[in-house]
Each structure stands twice: as C-alpha cells, then as structure tokens.
Write a protein that binds this ligand. Structure first.
Ligand code: HEM
Length: 190
C-alpha cells in the first residue's frame, strides 16, 4: 500500500522513482521502506515547529502524569500548564528531547546506528534519581497528541499509524538501553 506522502518523500529524498522496486527494508525495522519515506517527509513538518511541538508534548506529559514533575530539577515548580508554556527551561529541555527524537528518526535507515544511539540515550536516564524504565512509556500518547496538533490535516490515519509504530519502536529501545546498561552498571531496579 502506498501513502499520500510517498511521492513527496521519494522526490524530496531523491530516492528511486515510485515505480521502481523499493529497496528491501532492514528486517529489524518495524517500518516498510515506504513507511520510512512517509515518516521522514512528515517529520519535516514537525521539525519546522520543533520547539512548539516539544512544549506541547511536555505540557501533555505533565497534565496526565503530575507525579513525574518532581523528577525534573528545573521544572518541578511549574505546576500549571500556563507556567509550563511560558517557561524557558521547559522549552529548552523539550527542544533537547525533540532533537534526540529527530536524530533517532533520521537514523531509522541505519538500524545499527539507530540502536546504538537510542539505547545510549535510554541508558543516560540512570543519571536521573528516581527514574524508572516504565516512565518512558508515559511519553507515548503525549508525543502522538503533540504530533497531531502540529500536523493538523496532514496527520492522516496512515500517518498516525506510522507515528504509532515509530514512537513504539523508539520507546522499546530507550527501555532496552536503560535496562541493559542498568544490569552492567549494577544500577538495575530490584
Ligand atoms: C522520547 C523519550 C525521551 C527522550 C528522547 C529523552 C531524552 C532525554 C535527553 C536527551 C536528556 C538530557 C537533557 C539534557 O542534557 O539536559 C534527558 C534528560 C532527562 N529525562 Fe528524558 N527523554 C525521554 C523520556 C523521558 C521521560 C518520559 C521522562 C519522564 C520522567 C524523562 C525524564 C528525564 C529527566 C528527569 C531528565 C533530566 C533533566 C534535567 O537534567 O533537568 N525522560 N532526556
């Protein structure tokens, strides 16, 4: 099955024309090659509003999980969505997290590099006192909601499906990176 953005993606990325057989996807990737093109093309729309999308994501994260605020040294006093929306510290952190996602998403074409990068980011969360692996999953719905808000009409059912697959894959690997490094460093949860 094609997607509305495949043409755009293939032309923007200067890959083979649509009527040539697509290169085989890495079997370890949950996305087909076409879905990967669509993801990258659509992500350009997010990237152009990366800070706003990140702020939205964190406001939604804290709206749904107030208890997570205390993990963030610089954000814990931002108790209301209004305070969060106007905080430079939140904007800065949100942008860093979004750039990390950007690096992961743009790296999906090279799965070995993707695993190394995303799992390393997962492992760094051992530096956050009180952090638990399951916290990563709390960002799944806020990410999808923020993407939907930023993309508007461009967030079609097909794109929604691709974003769902992509964020799940990223979160699984953040968790894996966190858990594997926890065992190595003797910092695993009991
Ligand atoms: C898509 C998932 C996530 C990504 C890509 C990600 C990425 C990052 C990165 C790159 C940093 C370092 C920021 C810096 O250098 O200042 C960081 C720090 C941190 N992350 Fe995550 N993160 C994710 C999910 C989460 C979730 C769900 C939580 C919820 C508790 C969380 C809690 C934290 C905390 C508390 C810090 C430390 C912030 C600080 O130093 O002030 N992360 N994260």
């Amino acid at each position: 099955m094609g997607c509305e953005l495949t043409k755009l993606a293939t032309s923007e990325l200067k890959h083979d024309p649509i009527d040539k057989p697509a290169p085989a996807a890495d079997p370890r990737s949950p996305l087909t090659t076409k879905q990967q093109y669509c993801m990258l093309a659509s992500w350009k729309g997010i990237f152009r509003q990366i800070e706003n999308t990140g702020i939205l994501l964190f406001i939604k994260l804290f709206e749904e999980n107030e208890d997570l605020l205390h993990l963030f040294d610089k954000l814990r006093e931002l108790k209301t969505p209004e305070a969060q929306a106007s905080s430079e510290e939140l904007a800065e952190h949100a942008t860093k997290v979004m750039h990390t996602l950007d690096e992961g998403i743009k790296g999906l074409g090279d799965i070995d590099a993707f695993f190394a990068y995303v799992r390393h980011v997962g492992a760094t969360h051992h530096q956050v006192p009180g952090f638990k692996a399951e916290n990563f999953w709390k960002i799944e719905q806020p990410f999808l909601q923020a993407a939907k808000t930023t993309l508007g009409d461009r967030y079609t059912p097909n794109i929604e499906n691709i974003y769902k697959i992509t964020i799940k894959f990223i979160l699984e690997n953040l968790v894996k990176g966190y858990e594997e490094s926890g065992v190595e460093n003797g910092k695993g949860e009991t």
